[in-house]
Write a protein that binds this ligand. Structure first.
Ligand code: VGL
Ligand code: ZN
Length: 223
């Protein structure tokens, strides 16, 4: 169906997208899609979902993982270490990843089929060499803000719907931080795909639930 013909969605619960709500689309980037450097299984499936849902939101924010070459989260920056090992850094435990989403690389680009021309802000995160940032709100020290909370507040947005990649890392950390900031926070579970390393997906949902994040599904958005 051509995009123009998609009816606006309203949430059954009455939480219809409005001027005070924003869709936050996390890290839908080439490196996280099948074939990418840090591919999330079935990650490509969230692209049409984002395109569809975004049409019902006045406010859409995108995030982009955006690392300098040699970033501290890369296994290649730690001789003798391999991806998925965990190391201890001043700000806590860090899982090591393959090199991914290097600033200005093809892999860091938003998915080519992502079609959200009215997105208002792209938050780039993970741009400091010595600290990772899964969350769209805070870097991994849990103290350095990205500015997103201030942006949303300045625009009187009090409700966020989060979707994207990967459920158990950047989506869940972003959702937990949004809830902690006092935003009414919903994660659209079928708009996310996860990596699921050593039980990380179940842990992420437990963390989100504990933080008061609402888990919703696409079918709660009825045309
Ligand atoms: C992500 C691992 C490393 C994510 C980003 O977008 O979930 N995961 N960097
Ligand atoms: Zn990253």
């Amino acid at each position: 169906m051509p995009a123009q013909q998609v009816a606006p969605v309203t949430a059954r619960s009455g939480r219809a997208p409005n001027a005070r709500s924003a869709l936050v689309v996390i890290d839908v980037q080439v490196d996280f899609l099948p074939g990418g450097a840090l591919a999330v299984p079935h990650g490509d499936e969230v692209v049409p979902i984002a395109n569809y849902l975004a049409q019902s939101f006045d406010n859409v924010v995108l995030t982009q993982d955006w690392h300098p070459a040699g970033h501290i989260s890369f296994a290649s920056s730690h001789p003798g270490r391999v991806a998925h090992e965990t190391i201890s850094l001043p700000y806590g435990e860090q899982i090591l990843w393959p090199d991914h989403c290097i600033q200005d690389s093809v892999g860091a680009r938003l998915a080519s089929r992502l079609d959200i021309p009215h997105a208002q802000l792209i938050v780039r995160k993970g741009h400091h060499s010595n600290i990772d940032s899964y969350s769209a709100f805070y870097e991994a020290d849990r103290a350095t803000p990205t500015g997103l909370a201030g942006y949303l507040r300045d625009r009187s947005i009090d409700t966020v719907y989060v979707m994207g990649l990967a459920t158990d890392f950047c989506v869940s950390w972003s959702a937990v931080d949004a809830a902690r900031h006092g935003f009414a926070t919903h994660v659209i579970e079928d708009g996310c795909r996860g990596l699921d390393l050593n039980g990380s997906l179940a842990r992420a949902w437990a963390d989100m639930t504990a933080a008061g994040v609402h888990r919703v599904t696409l079918d709660e958005f009825a045309a």
